[in-house]
Design a protein around this ligand. Sequence first.
Ligand code: KIV
Ligand code: NA
Length: 275
Amino acid sequence: MLNRLDLQKMKENDEKITMITAYDYPSAKAAEESEIDMILVGDSLGMVVLGYESTVQVTVNDMIHHGKAVKRGAPNTYTVVDMPFMSYHVSLEESLINAREIFQKTDAQALKLEGASEEILLLTKRLTEAGIPVVGHLGLTPQTVNVLGGFKVQGKDKETAKKLLEDAEKLAEHGAVSLVLECVPKELAEIVTENTPIPIIGIGAGVYCDGQVLVYHDILKYGVDRLPKFVKPYGDFNTQGVEAIKGYVSDVKKGLFPLDQHSFLTKNKDLLPKS
Ligand code: KIV
Ligand code: NA
């Protein structure tokens, strides 16, 4: 398994870092078999596997439940687990307790927090000191979608662009091991990547980031109907899945499944009860 120093070295050597989300045993297994560098158990699981409208409904227990399944499927891949909505905002003490719970129970390599407020910076420092590596998340932070007013590109004006760069530097200073940068202009992401010492993993942030992350279900077009502009799908599980299930339904209806090759046959018919 890679460690944070390997990832840091990849940034320094201009070697791109690959990351994909996973939420359960099969997705994690596929990710590990694909030799991905990092897995994210994203709270996007609320939307893509639980069917919620946003990540706001996701709980600490949801993250633990899915995180444990992912680790069983990808025991040898560097795995980051999201802290979910409001699990790290009530008080420093409650945040530390929730972080310990998620980190210990999922056996993750790091936890991801959104934002860079004074409280988040302090929490990043405290978790790092305690032995829990923190991945930051800036730009579009989906847990605050209701405050941002929608899933929109961030850092488009001079002030917010400057703040984003400062926030990235501050997170690194407080111990963050890497940063996810979501939905920001490519040119701004390039500046942040050049000026921040830790690996910057982009999503909707252009090609100059140190690495890229995408949602598993978006890459495979699996259960999602509409893809954001920044996604390139590499498969079409929606079509393949429905075609496969339609084939099964049709075969059963016509008596074409199961055939003898799918059935257990009696060798000695004398053993059967008389009908
Ligand atoms: O939850 C998630 O999938 C994420 C990625 C979009 C970075 O946070
Ligand atoms: Na997330």
